[in-house]
Design a protein. Structure first.
Length: 148
C-alpha cells in the first residue's frame, strides 16, 4: 500500500496510525525518549523524518556518526550539545549536526522536549564515546551538560 497522502494529527504531537517506538534497543545511554517515524523509506525520497519526545529530565544518547541530522524543536523546552557547544533551544529553531560531531539533546527538568529530526535512510550506526573521548569532553564547555 502506498503511503497516505494525508495523515491527521489525532492529539497534539500524535498522528493517526503512527506508532510510538522505542528510541533505541537496549542500553542505558538515554533516558525517557520515544520515537515516531512520520515519513519513512516508503516515501521514496531517501530520508526519514522522525519525531522524538524526551520527557522532562530525559536525554538522548551522547553519540556521533557519519550521517548528519537536521533538527527542529517543535514543543517543550530543552537544550542540545553540538560539538563542544551547548545551545538553549527555542521552538522552531534549526539545529544542524554535522558528520562525526558529538551531540545530545536534553529536556528541561520541568518540561518535555519534542523534536523533528531528518536523517538519510541509508546511514551508519551511531558511535558512543570512549573513555578517552569522555575525558576530552569533560575538559570542554560540554562538561556540565553531558549525560552518559
Ligand atoms: Mn544521532
Amino acid at each position: 500500500m502506498p503511503p497516505a497522502a494525508h495523515v491527521s494529527q489525532s492529539t497534539p504531537f500524535r498522528w493517526s496510525g503512527i506508532d510510538e517506538l522505542v528510541y533505541k534497543d537496549g542500553g542505558t545511554t538515554f533516558r525517557d525518549v520515544t520515537r515516531r517515524v512520520l515519513f519513512g523509506e516508503e516515501h521514496g525520497n531517501g530520508v526519514e523524518v522522525r519525531y522524538f519526545e524526551i520527557a522532562a529530565g530525559g536525554h538522548t544518547t551522547l553519540e556521533r556518526h557519519g550521517h548528519t541530522h537536521s533538527v527542529m524543536p517543535l514543543t517543550g523546552a530543552g537544550r542540545c550539545l553540538v560539538g563542544e557547544t551547548v545551545y538553549r533551544l527555542a521552538l522552531h529553531d534549526l539545529v544542524y549536526v554535522p558528520e562525526w560531531t558529538w551531540h545530545q539533546f536534553r529536556a528541561d527538568e520541568d518540561a518535555p522536549l519534542g523534536i523533528l529530526c531528518v536523517v538519510r535512510v541509508d546511514r551508519d550506526r551511531p558511535t558512543l564515546p570512549t573513555q578517552s573521548d569522555l575525558a576530552a569532553l569533560r575538559r570542554s564547555p560540554a562538561a556540565e551538560f553531558i549525560r552518559v
